[in-house]
Design a protein. Structure first.
Length: 374
């Protein structure tokens, strides 16, 4: 029998306003998919080749796009699939400490290079009591005050990483706790490259699945609105969205590096999973104006995107110029060093959205960091 992976998938049908459940089958030999409607017990999609679905994205908890439908994978359909694709998948908390936030692009690149993916991210500035609470296990240690002082000295970026043995994998990538030791024992590690000493050591990683659960809940609580707040300033800023296709292609780190190399400070950063209604509302001004409107909406809600608040006080227009013409083909001819020329594929999958009109910059930042981050 041909090898196939089976999932239980959920799709929100906006026209009927209800959740539909499907069995999703994926055949790796020829990258084809097949879907059955669970409730009505009938074929929903006959076995069809679909090469946009990447096998590494198939795991429970992830959201995948199948012919413009966003499917939430909520369960494995059989034991074979669970064993082959699910048994080693873990989530862990990675935090970039204040000293290494400027190197976030390089660090995210290292994360993708080691086959982990970033599923959530939020830049936040911890208060003293949040810092002390996060490190409560160390409250009796002599270095505790210094540690909390350091952790609250500037913004941090908390991330949920997912992948095979993510807890151990991220700690291996971090290297030994003391950056000096890391330099002698694990030269390529995050702490060796970006840390300074025993306290200022660039990053944090959960040390077990139990700590990961606690620390993920700390930064990304299941009850909305009660975690550490984002760092958006809503002043002199413009909005940049790294689109879902660029995130799933593993371009996030490179795009953040390019933005930072061009001299634009990122004052807030957060990943969001947009649903169709949000994407339609955000792109409202393009409706009836831009022919790609419908495809733009579909792209924006096809997976997690990353919203950035960019400080562009003197000239929001220069950041727009740096993003480049909307069509990456044109960008590659006319402005080959722009973000769209470097990372875009098509007019819809053009790597980034950026605010069009200078006066809309703060409004778009508010849409993500005030309305979506509730
Ligand atoms: P970990 O971050 O590698 O898990 P822990 O022992 O849990 O290491 O310590 C938490 C953090 O406290 C470290 O990352 C480091 O910033 C700081 N720290 C740990 N040990 C020392 C020390 O001996 N002196 C100063 N700071 C320390
Ligand atoms: Mg620790």
């Amino acid at each position: 029998m041909e090898e196939r992976f089976a999932f239980l998938a959920e799709w929100y049908d906006p026209s009927a306003a209800l959740l539909r459940r499907y069995q999703l089958l994926f055949y790796p030999r020829d990258s084809s998919v097949e879907m059955f409607d669970v409730k009505n017990q009938r074929t929903f999609l006959r076995k069809t080749k679909y090469e946009d679905l990447r096998p590494e994205d198939l795991f429970v908890g992830n959201r995948v796009n199948v012919f413009s439908r966003q499917l939430n994978l909520i369960g494995y359909g059989d034991q074979f699939t669970a064993n082959r694709l699910g048994s080693k998948k873990e989530r862990t908390l990675a935090m970039i400490k204040p000293d290494a936030v400027p190197q976030i692009g390089d660090i995210i690149q290292m994360i993708y290079d080691s086959n982990l993916i970033v599923t959530k991210a939020k830049m936040t500035k911890l208060t003293w009591s949040q810092g002390a609470d996060f490190y409560t296990e160390h409250q009796t240690k002599p270095f505790f005050n210094n540690l909390v002082q350091f952790m609250t000295s500037g913004p941090v970026v908390a991330m949920e990483l997912m992948g095979d043995e993510a807890v151990a994998g991220w700690r291996r990538l971090l290297g030994p706790t003391d950056a000096g030791v890391a330099r002698s024992e694990a030269a390529g590690s995050v702490r060796a490259q970006y840390g300074t000493d025993g306290t200022r050591n660039a990053g944090h990683g959960s040390d077990s699945l139990a700590s990961a659960a606690r620390e993920l809940e700390f930064f990304f609580p299941s009850t909305a609105g009660c975690g550490p707040s984002n760092t958006a300033s809503y002043t002199d800023s413009t909005c940049c969205i790294i689109k879902p296709h660029a995130i799933s292609e593993g371009q996030t780190g490179r795009i953040l590096n390019a933005i930072s190399a061009a001299g634009y400070p990122v004052s807030a950063l957060q990943m969001f999973s947009m649903d169709r209604a949000n994407a339609e509302e955000f792109y409202e001004v393009y409706k009836g104006v831009v022919t790609e409107y419908t495809s733009m909406v579909a792209e924006l809600c096809s997976g997690p995107c990353m919203a950035l608040e960019i400080q562009a006080a003197s000239s929001p227009q220069t950041f727009r110029d740096f993003c480049g013409p909307a069509d990456p083909e044109i960008a590659r001819h006319l402005r080959p060093t722009t973000l769209r020329a470097l990372f875009g594929k098509t007019k819809v999958q053009n790597a980034v959205h950026c605010t069009d009109l200078p006066e809309d910059g703060v409004l778009e930042v508010q849409y993500f960091f005030k309305i979506m981050d509730d």
